[in-house]
Ligand binder design. Structure first.
Ligand code: SF4
Length: 443
């Protein structure tokens, strides 16, 4: 009987992609993916280190695995427990010291070594294996794409790491320096995904628009060059990319938004704050005015573009006037959607030691910002009512006979349609707007 692997994913889309590839690696090793930890032979927690709470969540999850591991041992076999992702990279040996239940710790750059680590832990009872190197070889070269069925959408990591060193961020320390995968490998992987039924691919990178991979022509390719090449793949209907930094929105990438119909009119472009004083303290290397003029140029290239952003409130030193500038920037841009958080000091990041804004002030600012962002999202969604849009049918909905699809603006859209139509792009007349989603009927 095939061994079972359970992978729990926290955090960003890159972790989702990495978990899929770890599942691919274990499938090649003869394991079967399961959606529950109970009875699994291998359990991997693929962790996120972006906020304080995320790390503590990992340890409480490990505590919950203890009785399951004990039950497995009583039935005469072993549950191997592994911690992967950014907490693994940041904490390494400390995890095994703090929680001896853990058999292996593997960093984001060493996933291709998971099969051998799991083998050593399960066959030779080796415990406390820690692998957090940044190996030279491309981890994905060693992992064949899985045979299991894929849905109509897929992620594809094209770039990893970050050289920006924003003062609040752990990514440069947990994911390392920027690394772009060769374009030829990405084109091959994309073709394989399309051959297996994928019609929409989202390109991923911590700093995706800093992509500069080697092209098959021996030249360095920009993200725009890669998008144009991917757009030629037969059967691929939609392209997206995330997450971008304003300073890497090159002219050819802005132009690509106007040139490529396959590139969805939705751009996630974090700015974090609206005050130049705070942007400087965050080491974002651009001003609010530069961000706004960039938005203007992108909207000229693609007038129907929907924007999404990331915001941090309560960054050390932020006063009421700074916060008001964030609110003013949000009003000026008008976001279709955005993510917002209270500043959370991350050990080892430059801003962690600075004078902290009181918790209650952070909470009040976050509430005000989220009210404004929710208002903008609701306005964007209600403007879609009465429009007919191409919707990619992605998965079954909550109600019988209902499917959930995605609009070009990444909005979830609920409609009645037969289950076997998943993967089709259908014209839908939008009839109702909810806060986070739409509903409609086939036109
Ligand atoms: S650009 Fe993004 S990933 Fe890079 S350091 Fe800044 S916030 Fe972190």
């Amino acid at each position: 009987m095939a061994k079972k692997v359970f992978i729990k994913t926290y955090g960003c889309q890159m972790n989702v992609y990495d978990s899929q590839r770890m599942a691919d690696a274990m499938e090649a090793e003869g394991y079967e993916l399961t959606d529950m930890a109970e009875g699994a032979d291998l359990v991997v927690l693929n962790t996120c280190h972006i906020r304080e709470k995320a790390t503590e969540k990992t340890y409480s999850e490990l505590g919950r695995l203890k009785p399951l591991a004990e039950a497995k041992a009583q039935s005469g076999s072993k549950m191997v427990i592994g911690v992967a992702g950014c907490v693994a990279q940041a904490e390494g040996e400390e995890i095994v010291r703090r929680q001896p239940l853990v058999d292996l710790v593997v960093g984001p750059q060493a996933y291709h070594r998971l099969p051998q680590l799991a083998r050593r832990a399960s066959e030779h009872n080796a415990a406390g294996l820690v692998e957090t190197e940044f190996p030279a070889e491309d981890k994905f070269d060693h992992i064949p794409l899985a045979k299991r069925a894929l849905g109509p959408t897929a992620f594809l990591t094209v770039q990893e790491g970050c050289d920006k060193f924003c003062a609040f961020c752990v990514v440069p320390y947990t994911r390392g320096a920027e690394l772009s995968r060769p374009a030829e490998k990405l084109l091959r992987e994309a073709r394989e995904l399309v051959a297996r039924g994928v019609v929409e691919i989202t390109l991923l990178g911590q700093n995706v628009n800093a992509y500069h991979g080697m092209g098959p022509d021996g030249r360095e390719w920009s993200l725009a060059r890669l998008l144009h090449a991917l757009a030629e793949i037969d059967g691929l209907k939609r392209l997206r990319f995330t997450t971008s930094h304003p300073n890497d929105m090159s002219e050819d990438l802005i132009a690509a938004h106007g040139e490529l119909e396959i590139l969805m009119p939705y751009l996630h472009l974090p700015v974090q704050a609206g005050s130049d004083r705070i942007l400087k303290a965050m080491n974002r290397k651009h001003s609010a005015a530069e961000y706004l003029s960039l938005i203007e140029r992108i909207r000229k290239a693609r007038p129907d573009l929907a924007l999404s952003g990331d915001f941090i409130v309560g960054f050390p030193g932020e006063d009421d006037a700074d916060f008001e500038q964030t609110m003013a920037l949000v009003r000026e841009v008008g976001y279709a959607q955005a993510y917002s958080f209270k500043y959370s000091a991350r050990p080892g990041t430059p801003a962690a030691g600075n004078d902290q804004v009181p918790e209650e002030v952070k909470a009040a600012r976050l509430a005000a910002l989220q009210d404004l962002l929710n208002e903008q999202q609701a306005r964007f969604n209600s403007r879609c009512v009465g429009q007919t849009m191409p919707i990619l049918l992605e998965k079954p909905g909550r109600e019988p006979g209902q499917l959930v699809g995605r609009s070009p603006y990444l909005q979830p859209v609920h409609l009645n349609a037969a289950a076997e139509r998943v993967g089709e792009i259908v014209e839908v007349r939008i009839e109702q707007a909810m806060r986070n989603s739409l509903s409609g009927v086939e036109a």
